[in-house]
Design a protein around this ligand. Structure first.
Ligand code: ADE
Length: 257
């Protein structure tokens, strides 16, 4: 997977992404992260890339020329026209499902705007996907691009080690992940749940699945509408719903097998 980030702040994305697991994947050559400085495509002697908005109003707008030229130059070098994801609060909200779809691409271009945004003509000429990371406004598209690149990269084969690439994590089957524990066995008087010490893998799997359901009901009940549950798990969920979510948490596990 190769990412091309069109930005006015290349150092911000490169520094942010060249650490930890993503940095290791870059070192291994499993992913490539390339920043393109839109300012390099300014034809202005002061390297200016923005101007006042037609019609008036606050702020500056990024001009279409440098953005389109940066993308066209990239396409010429690559010999193809990759998808262009524009980071904007006006886009579709990014999700694990979108990440899974994007992880199948060979190349992705992330277009990061600043100031009051980018001239609409540049967007209509280049952008294939409008994506947001949530209903709040940031100062630029760099952080959203970094968030998406981190999330997509975890799904690219070879980025996570076998140990890291747990298949069961939050949003698997539209459920949140079960709670995790490590040593010590007792901390501040709080014990690790007995079943996890039992070595009985079937019971552990069952407990984890129940905790996922319980936690999803408690924290993200909206996800349950599309959760993938067996008949017994459905029944378990119905039992949890009958008692209040708070009490469901404190309650001992309901045995479903
Ligand atoms: N640019 C500014 N705010 C944003 C957001 N919430 N998501 C994506 N891009 C943005």
């Amino acid at each position: 997977m190769n990412y091309y980030i069109l930005t006015l702040f290349p150092e911000m994305v490169l520094e942010g992404l060249n650490t930890s697991i993503i940095g290791r994947a870059v070192q291994k050559g499993v992913i490539g992260i390339h920043a393109v400085n839109i300012r390099d495509y300014s034809k202005n002697k002061h390297r200016q890339v923005d101007d006042y908005p037609y019609g008036g109003g606050a702020g500056m707008v990024m001009q279409p020329g440098p953005v389109c030229d940066a993308y066209e130059d990239l396409c010429r070098k690559l010999g193809k026209r990759p998808r262009v994801l524009y980071m904007t609060p006006q886009g579709k909200v990014f999700s694990q499902k979108i990440a899974q779809e994007l992880a199948k691409e060979e190349d992705l271009v992330f277009l990061c705007g600043h100031y009051e945004g980018i001239d609409e003509r540049a967007l209509s000429l280049t952008v294939t996907d409008y994506l947001s990371i949530g209903d709040y406004v940031l100062t630029g598209g760099e952080l959203p691009a970094m968030v998406m690149i981190d999330c997509i990269s975890r799904l690219v084969p070879g980025v996570l080690s076998n140990e890291e690439s747990a298949q069961i994590e939050s949003f698997h089957d539209n459920l949140l992940e079960y709670p995790q524990y490590t040593r010590p066995e007792i901390y501040e008087g709080l014990r690790v749940p007995e079943v996890l010490l039992s070595g009985h893998h079937k019971n552990i799997d069952l407990w984890r699945r129940q905790e996922s359901i319980r936690r999803t009901l408690e924290r993200r009940p909206d996800l349950l509408e599309h959760a993938v549950l067996s008949k017994k798990e459905q029944e378990f969920l119905e039992e949890l719903k009958e008692i209040s979510p708070e009490r469901a948490c404190a309650q001992e596990n309901i045995v479903i097998e």
